[in-house]
Design a protein around this ligand. Sequence first.
Ligand code: KG4
Ligand code: ZN
Length: 364
Amino acid sequence: MLILTKTAGVFFKPSKRKVYEFLRSFNFHPGTLFLHKIVLGIETSCDDTAAAVVDETGNVLGEAIHSQTEVHLKTGGIVPPAAQQLHRENIQRIVQEALSASRISPSDLSAIATTIKPGLALSLGVGLSFSLQLVGQLKKPFIPIHHMEAHALTIRLTNKVEFPFLVLLISGGHCLLALVQGVSDFLLLGKSLDIAPGDMLDKVARRLSLIKHPECSTMSGGKAIEHLAKQGNRFHFDIKPPLHHAKNCDFSFTGLQHVTDKIIMKKEKEEGIEKGQILSSAADIAATVQHTMACHLVKRTHRAILFCKQRDLLPQNNAVLVASGGVASNFYIRRALEILTNATQCTLLCPPPRLCTDNGIMIA
Ligand code: KG4
Ligand code: ZN
């Protein structure tokens, strides 16, 4: 009530909606008057056009996303000019939807934050030029965002996490292990020497033609593998996890992809079917790939935990491991990481699956 009398005078004959919008930007602590900063986040680094409006306490006021997954599944992978065109067609609508849902007028924004790297240059360019135009029109500050830092820090929106913590970022374009010591203070401990785990899963799913599978036709490659793996036997084929003897925290996934390709070719011969048809052993292959990948991720992460504890970079007890990025929405991988954290007196934290894959909230 105190705030209402103090602020209502700001408007000349204020409409109810205006007062409501204005009050939304205040924190209702009795006796205190505190203006929230409100940020519009825009993400176009890969194949999702996403936007969100978030306030400084982490409240998501509005959100919208357009996924290109189904289009790229049909073309057998992301074709950058096609992704760019889809971003161009959707960005205005998506930003408008996020703003409308938040009921924040663009002039009330405190800043505009946009992914500037890493990602597909053509896709990044759409978000960046749209944002810079908006920044110019509205005369608002611009916050450039590193996509992987955003993935790494998303957990702070859903959980109270103190620095330092260990983060495993696994997506379609990246794979890295880092010690997060502050908002923009990262110590890189390991990375993929070749492709990313999501890329590998997408390639295996394509080679298995899972787009033709009635249960998986609209799913991303990784999600399709997770779905099918539930029906398969993970021990049906024997694949050794990569970099077994490497004394570092790096990752590798091309070897796993090639071994899987060979298994698929052999099975096609045995079952007498053409490339492009669904193998009867597709679920066993999916389960084996998912299991081998999980073992690899766990082994490298285990090394990182031991290294950090040995050097007192992480606390001996209750150190936090955060797993994020699209592949971290996989529940088999989460379970495998949980077994590791239980065994090493650590705690595993993962954002909910919809915040693991690309979104505007993590950028805002
Ligand atoms: O983080 P993200 O949305 O975009 C990138 O920054 O790459 O991750 C997309 C990747 C894709 O490769 C997709 O196949 C994979 O995440 N992915 C999954 C699952 N859902 C998406 N991988 C394994 N299991 C899932 N449930
Ligand atoms: Zn991502």
